[in-house]
Design a protein around this ligand. Structure first.
Ligand SMILES: Cc1ncc(C[n+]2csc(CCOP(=O)(O)OP(=O)(O)O)c2C)c(N)n1
Ligand SMILES: [Mg+2]
Length: 387
């Protein structure tokens, strides 16, 4: 009998067998690492490698833990709002909290962060108010510019497009003899963009104080990493351009914090750029406009559920005696409350002026656009908008 369920048929065809796209950073059984080092400090059971354990204060560890919980709470709330029709399309960061937050923990206020779109956990940590980010994802252009005290680029949706400007900022810092650095992130998909290779080359040649975080989360929408590139060790891109490169377990917050700390220290000391491949996994949708069940297998997701960055950090903090069941509950409740507050502030913000779409293009407004604007405003009035 012919299969009734087209999805089932798809996942059992020879083309769609369980994707081989599941290795963690530590699984080197089918890849050749060459001379690239791999870093993991906290394994998926929450066990710490005592020889590598960093001496971050308990206060610092709890601050980072809270940032991860907040990122997840924000993510969940945004998803609910989007499904209620009260939020635009957005890109969830569930499962990537360690990778995303760990990459900015060693940045100072006067350093720069150049993110791609799946980075709101880091943006919140850098000082972006959550209501500002909600405004951004809801499509208001006033959500895009960074708040005044935040030295970040607006996130880039055009994949890889922000990497060259980030290197330019780094070269500028070096030229001005500033003791600062830039962290720039992009995905496995963006790694195929020509401009990203140019950026790596410029950074290495000019020894720019830039830390590249290549977030290898297994997928670029529906393209798995093994179809993106025949060399799945993306850290080799850094090696190819002549810079210090490392492959890090991106679901291990301690490894991410330590690798980035070392890289930012090197950058500030004038020792040039570092390339960090963070191996992680996109647990949820690419964006809310996506349905991953049509192109990836649930079993792959399950494998990565067991590598959850939050669970292993909680186990570590519990074993260390700095977190217990009660404080876990309290942290979650206070983060959820903070997100709800931001949501309510966002809902109270004034709506956009629909005529703004005609602005910011011309110094002298052309006659043709004046006519179009008049016609548009008349139509809005007919629809009762703006009265
Ligand atoms: C230049 C460009 N081409 C295509 C797209 C459409 N697009 C949006 S996200 C994406 C995949 C990016 O994947 P990856 O870089 O791995 O980042 P991830 O979404 O996995 O975090 C594509 C192709 C785009 N935004 N920009
Ligand atoms: Mg990706």
């Amino acid at each position: 009998m012919a299969a009734q369920n087209p999805e089932k048929q798809k996942t059992t065809s020879s083309e769609e067998v369980v994707s081989p796209n599941t290795p963690s950073a530590m699984d080197t059984s089918r890849i050749d690492l060459g001379h690239i080092e791999v870093l993991q400090i906290l394994n998926e059971y929450g066990e710490v490698d005592k020889g590598l354990e960093p001496d971050f204060s308990n206060e610092r560890l709890l601050e980072v833990y809270r940032a991860m919980v907040l990122a997840r709470a924000f993510d969940k709330r945004m998803m609910t709002m989007q499904r209620q029709g009260r939020m635009g399309t957005f890109a969830p960061n569930i499962g990537q909290e360690a990778c995303i937050i760990g990459q900015v923990t060693s940045l100072r206020e006067d350093d720069w962060f150049a993110p791609s779109y799946r980075s709101f956990g880091a943006q919140i940590m850098r000082g972006w108010p959550m209501e500002h980010l909600m405004r951004l994802w809801a499509g208001f252009h006033d959500g895009f510019p960074p708040p005044n005290n935040v030295n970040d680029l607006p996130f880039s949706i055009v994949i890889g497009s922000h990497v060259l400007p980030a290197v330019g900022i780094g070269i500028g810092m070096k030229y001005k003899k500033k003791n600062n650095c830039v962290v720039v992130n992009y995905g496995d998909g963006a790694s195929s963009q020509g401009a990203v290779s140019e950026a790596l080359n410029f950074a290495a040649v000019y020894q720019a104080p830039v830390v590249f975080i290549c977030e290898n989360n297994g997928w670029a929408i529906s393209t798995p990493t093994h179809k993106q590139t025949a060399n799945e060790v993306l850290a080799s891109h850094g090696v190819a351009h002549g810079m210090l490169s490392i492959r890090v377990d991106g679901n291990d917050i301690l490894a991410m914090m330590c690798a980035t700390k070392e890289a930012t220290d090197r950058a500030r000391a004038g020792e040039g750029p570092t390339f960090i491949e963070a191996v992680t996994f996109r647990m949820s949708l690419h964006t809310t406009a996506d349905d991953p069940t049509v192109y990836r297998n649930d079993e792959e997701v399950k494998v990565w559920e067991a590598r959850c960055p939050m669970a292993r950090f909680e186990t570590y903090l519990k074993n260390k005696g700095v977190l217990d069941t009660d404080s876990i509950k309290q942290t979650l409740a206070s983060c959820e409350e903070e997100v709800i507050k931001a949501r309510d502030t966002f809902y109270e913000m004034p709506p956009a002026d629909p005529t703004e779409i005609f602005e910011h293009l011309y110094e002298t407004f052309p006659m043709e656009l004046q006519k179009q604007r008049a016609e548009y405003m008349q139509r809005l009035r007919q629809k009762g908008v703006g009265e």
